[in-house]
Design a protein. Structure first.
Length: 233
């Protein structure tokens, strides 16, 4: 005897829900970064998020490795965690985009828990970084999650034809977009001049529109008055 339509629908919906839940569980197991894109040449606050341990073991530390294009990071103070930086010395000084020469850079930022973070408890870790002037590039921030028992190295990078969903341990990545503002978040002088000119054009058009409307109304009044006088005569 065939199943009633309602029963088949319930079974189908349940199966779909289980598949979605499995997919969401797999995705939520990753270490995420927000935002996923930032403007070239801008200062960006990157927040890394985790909500799991290593196969159930509590998290003892989180190590964020900076891409080679980034020379420093300012971590946000985090209650219950101590923060340290790892310095990389250059064999030869490196000249930055602003012309400054540096002999070293911050290669990693390490967050160490005063008390290990239990599995299934969400936490976030934030860094302020200067995004290099390289629109179109992708910045990779590998994260090493060290637990009471075991480690998980979130460092895999998708190759052509792959997506992060195809990877078991994807590294958090940031897409560098074309910058539309200056480094301080305000528009350039040319942009401000153009904005003012556009505002003036809009105001002038509005004044002209009101003047034309007034002239039209006045014409209607004069025409009505002339018609009235003609009929009266």
């Amino acid at each position: 005897m065939p199943r009633p339509l309602f029963a088949r629908s319930v079974v189908t919906a349940g199966a779909v829900s289980l598949l979605l839940a499995a997919g969401m569980s797999s995705a939520s197991a990753h270490v995420h970064v927000s935002p996923e894109s930032a403007e070239a040449g801008a200062n960006a606050l990157l927040t890394f998020e985790t909500a799991h341990g290593c196969s159930g073991s509590p998290t003892a530390s989180i190590t964020v490795t900076l891409p080679d294009q980034v020379t420093d990071a300012v971590p946000t103070a985090h209650a219950g965690w101590s923060i340290s930086k790892v310095t990389e010395e250059f064999e030869e000084p490196r000249v930055l985009e602003n012309g400054t020469s540096v002999g070293s850079r911050t290669s990693q930022v390490v967050f160490t828990a005063d008390e290990p973070l239990p599995d299934g408890v969400r936490d976030t870790f934030s860094l302020s970084v200067r995004i290099p002037d390289a629109a179109g590039d992708t910045l990779v921030f590998p994260v090493l999650q060290s637990c009471v028992e075991g480690k998980t190295d979130w460092s895999q990078v998708a190759v052509e034809g792959q997506s992060a969903d195809d990877l078991e341990l994807p590294a958090p990545v940031i897409a560098v977009t074309a910058g539309g503002t200056g480094s301080d978040g305000h528009g350039s002088g040319d942009d401000e001049i153009r904005d003012v000119a556009e505002e003036d054009e809009v105001e002038a058009a509005a004044v002209a529109g009101y003047a034309g409307l007034g002239a039209g109304v006045l014409g209607l009044i004069l025409g009505a008055a002339a018609l009235y006088r003609t009929r009266k005569a």
